[in-house]
Design a protein around this ligand. Sequence first.
Ligand code: ATP
Length: 352
Amino acid sequence: MDVRARGSLRLEGLVKRFGDVEAVAGVTLDLPAGKLISFLGPSGCGKTTTLRMIAGLERPTEGRIYLDGEDITDRPPHLRDIGMVFQTLALFPHLTVAGNIGYGLRIRGVPKTEIDRRVNELLALVSLQGLGDRRISQLSGGQRQRVATARALALEPRLFLLDEPLSALDANLREQLQVELRLLQQKLGITTIMVTHDQREAMTMSDLVVVMNQGRIEQVGEPLEVYRRPETAFVASFIGRTNLLRGEAADGVVRVAGRPFDVVGPVVAGPVTISVRPEDAHLHTTQTPERNALPGRVVFVRDLGELFECYVDCGMDEPVVVAGSPRERVHVEQGQPVGVSFPREACVVVEG
Ligand code: ATP
């Protein structure tokens, strides 16, 4: 069977209650085969619980789970054809690297020569050739992560589940392994679901991002689509940074601080919130345009070498952040009166 044709998952009305706590409050979702999907959201939003229900480690209070059209809701974890890497990795410290990777094959009674062959293949796959005899305690954090990945893939599962797989690693190694894991997933074409609270990780690795909040799905989409077209203020603020401009709509015209704004999408009369990414806003030191712009005063400037940022008090709840390349920076001083403009195509209505 072509691995790319397997591993489509359907979650139907999934609910999980722990006593009074509704950890997952009705999740319905179709996940296509062969893709990497991340569940992204703040601590406690229900992403791990959803993943654990898919793995069979938690029983849903309500709802069904279908893998390739088969109802697996009541099936025990070891019969689900799922490989999983936990945050803690949960490697067996008394076994060697090869012992860990071949563990599942041994349990299933695969002959030793076949196990050796598969283990060598998997060691190469995760760039650990020659380290099969090492003890787990003799490995670096990144190497341990690779062993856990190889062990989870040994049985060629239909679904590969990752629960915050890189959270224990330092920032540089983490970025490197994000790319490595993504390349591996693309090479194998294995349907993968990853839980993370790190939006950069989700955007680096995913075909689809599922943003969760308080047990519910807020938005599902391709990473850039979710970034550029957030549907709610929560998504806009959680994925990257954003400026939220509060205004009013009347007679088809949106006004922020009394100034007219052209925006993306339809608006209804009443209060509106517009999200504009810092990199889409522009600074003006001479004349502030009439439309889609606000006057203000510079409160803080920083140049990080790779990024220039200017914070401007425009009378909103928070200072407006303007970001850009230092090479194109507009020179301004703290306290200087300036204008900030927000191009129409960058003004996304997230509420109202
Ligand atoms: P984190 O990133 O912190 O792991 P999460 O989004 O994965 O967060 P969950 O672990 O799914 O969130 O938890 C969702 C909610 O359910 C939380 O309020 C949590 O305290 C609660 N919860 C999870 N597991 C249990 C349990 N076994 N018993 C009681 N409450 C639980």
